[in-house]
Every structure is written in C-alpha cells, then in structure tokens.
Design a protein around this ligand. Structure first.
Ligand code: SF4
Length: 354
C-alpha cells in the first residue's frame, strides 16, 4: 500500500506531565517547548503540500509531545485548525503521538469527530520495572487499556518502542514486543535509545551508570523485534531516528547507536538471516550436503528483484562477506530478476560454473 505524505507539526513536550529520563524533544525537533502558532501550521502545511507529488493521501501529524495530555481547549483549536484542509480534501487524516495513560473515553470522545485516524502511543516497553526506571510514570496496563480503547473507537493504533532503555534486557525486550504484537496494533516504530544533552539519561551516562548499546547489538535487537512484528502482521514503519544535522552534532547527541541508515542495516540483517535459512534448506534438499562431501568450491547464484540488491549486499557488501565467512566452501554471485517480487529470493547453483 502507498504510504501517505505525513506533514509533521511538532509540539515539543507540550502536554507532558514531566520529562521522561531519556527525552529531550527540544533537541529532536529543534524547537523550543511550545505549541506552534496557527499561522505557522498553515505555513508548514503549505510547504509540504507543494511536495505532495502524485501521492493520493496526506495526513497531518502532531508529534513530539503528549497530544491528549494537552488542555482540551488546545486539543480542539489544533484539530479545528486542520478542519478546512480536511473539508477541501487536501488532507485526509490526522495523527498524533501521546502517552498511553492519556487515552480515555473522554479524550477519544473529544477527538473522534475531528478526523483523527491514527494515534501513536509511546509504549517504549511492557516491563513495568523498565518503565519505572525511565520515569515514564505509566505502566504496561495503561498500554493494554489504551490499545483496546482505540480499537473499540475504530482509530488505528501505532506503537513506539525503544531499544536500550536503562534496566532492560534482551529477554524483556522480546517479551515486550510479543505482548505488544499480540494486542494487534496497526503500525510500529522502533527507536534505539540515544543519549540526548539535557536529559536525565545524559547525567547517568556522564556518571557512568548508563551505557548505551553498540550499533551491532541494536541492529540485532531491532531485527529480532521486526521478526516478531512481521509474524503478527504489524507493519514496522520506522526504525531509527531520521537523519539530520542535529544527530551528527556531538554536543547535542552525546552517545548511542546512531547510523544515518539504521533502517537499511536492519533490513539487510533480516535479508542475511533469510538467505542463510534458504541456503541451508537448498544445500540439504537440492544438493545433498556439500559440507559433508567437502573438498570443492560450489558457486551459488542468488537472484532477487533489482530493488532488493542493496539489501542483499548489505552495508558495504557486509552480507556477502558474512556469507562467505559462514560458508567457506561456497562462492556467491547476485543476479537481478524483474520476474521476482521485491523481497522474494531464488537460490540455485550458478550455471556459469557448470
Ligand atoms: S517521552 Fe513523550 S511523554 Fe516523555 S517527555 Fe518526551 S514527549 Fe513527553
């Protein structure tokens, strides 16, 4: 399905009851703590609509704060501000991000008539001890309750999860992902935790009581989470923070597993696992087990759709290198094949080598 053009309107920290330990939205959004002016919203919408191209759907998103934690009057004027654009059909829906503990019948009754189609919940984790250590101030039952309520109101549900939270473990993270998947959200975003200046986490990092995850470890964890979401048919729409000058600024982002193409690294890692799985089956079923026969090099041809080649190769050909290390008796070539679907892969003995 074609993804909509999303017009982000940032409301940094607005509606937040306090600052969570890892958060500094003023740095992420490059805005001071405040709501935008009505004129500014018109300006942002105008700028984005000029780049709409031939996309059929446009949504406006109030991100960077706790939308449903705002005073009712603010929620209403922000939504009313978008109404003319919905009425003239230049915008088809509104999204907002909010804390799970702000989703109540009262807040949903307030927003339902105003074209809100998707609410993104800052879930972060389903382990209460982890939520507690990050000063989230809500518990996992708020998330369960919020997702159930949104579904009952017919509003799509997005979930945002974090990797590398203080006190989290691999087992807890996978368990959180399974619990969230089972609740049936529509989309998910996964963010590796970065240490932002001005956050409580920055203090813990300087004191040495918080150590950020490494890049490889983060890619591995997000890849495993993706597998869980994929199995549950939950679309993962974002992995890692958007590349920007700010993310490269070491005075603002102090540490963390930053990579400008984090999502690509995860998708390549997923493809690597997929190749290994298919290859193992191919070696046993189609060729006997050459590892046992040993002694000769076998040339393998991997065929994929052209749009899939860079994922198959991995960052700087890292997937091919890993494959040749993992299967020292095999040599790999890649061929593009437009008849395959993106994501599909065919494995065969390379006919060029007889
Ligand atoms: S994580 Fe969300 S709720 Fe917490 S301070 Fe940041 S914007 Fe507010």
């Amino acid at each position: 399905m074609e993804s909509p053009l999303v017009i982000p309107v940032f409301i940094p920290h607005s509606g937040c009851p306090h600052q969570c330990a890892f958060c500094n939205q003023s740095i992420i959004t490059s805005r001071k703590r405040c709501l935008p002016d009505p004129e500014e919203i018109d300006e942002i919408i105008g700028q984005y609509l000029r780049f709409k191209g031939n996309r059929s759907r446009v949504e406006l998103a109030f991100f960077g704060g706790n939308f449903l934690g705002l005073p009712e009057s603010d929620i209403l004027w922000l939504l009313e501000k978008v109404r003319p654009y919905i009425e003239n059909q230049s915008i088809q829906g509104i999204r907002c991000s909010t804390r799970p503990d702000t989703v109540t019948e009262q807040t949903l009754d307030l927003i339902r008539p105003h074209g809100v189609t998707l609410v993104e919940l800052g879930v972060q984790s389903m382990a209460d001890s982890v939520l507690n250590q990050s000063n989230r101030g809500h518990k996992s039952f708020h998330t369960r309750q919020a997702i159930g309520l949104l579904q009952a109101y017919g509003i799509q549900v997005g979930v945002q999860m974090m990797v590398g939270l203080p006190g989290d473990t691999t087992a807890q993270l996978m368990d959180s992902t399974k619990q969230i998947s089972a609740l049936g959200p529509d989309v998910a975003r996964i963010y590796p935790l970065m240490v932002l200046e001005g956050s409580l986490l920055a203090r813990w990092y300087r004191e040495g009581s918080y150590l950020p995850l490494g890049l490889d470890q983060s890619v591995y964890l997000v890849k495993e989470m993706c597998k869980i979401f994929n199995q549950a048919d939950v679309a993962v729409i974002r992995m890692g923070l958007q590349a920007s000058e700010m993310m490269e600024d070491a005075t603002r982002v102090l540490a963390g597993p930053w990579h400008p193409a984090f999502g690509h690294l995860v998708l390549s890692a997923l493809v690597y696992d997929q190749v290994c799985e298919k290859l193992d089956a191919f070696l046993v079923l189609d060729m006997g087990n050459p590892m046992i026969e040993g002694a000769r090099v076998i040339h393998i041809l991997l065929r994929v759709h052209p749009r899939f080649v860079s994922r198959l190769r991995g960052d700087k050909n890292s997937n091919l290198e890993k494959l040749e290390n993992a299967y020292p008796d095999l040599r790999f070539s890649i061929q593009t094949d437009e008849t395959l679907m993106p994501g599909e892969m065919a494995i065969q003995k390379d006919p060029a080598w007889g």
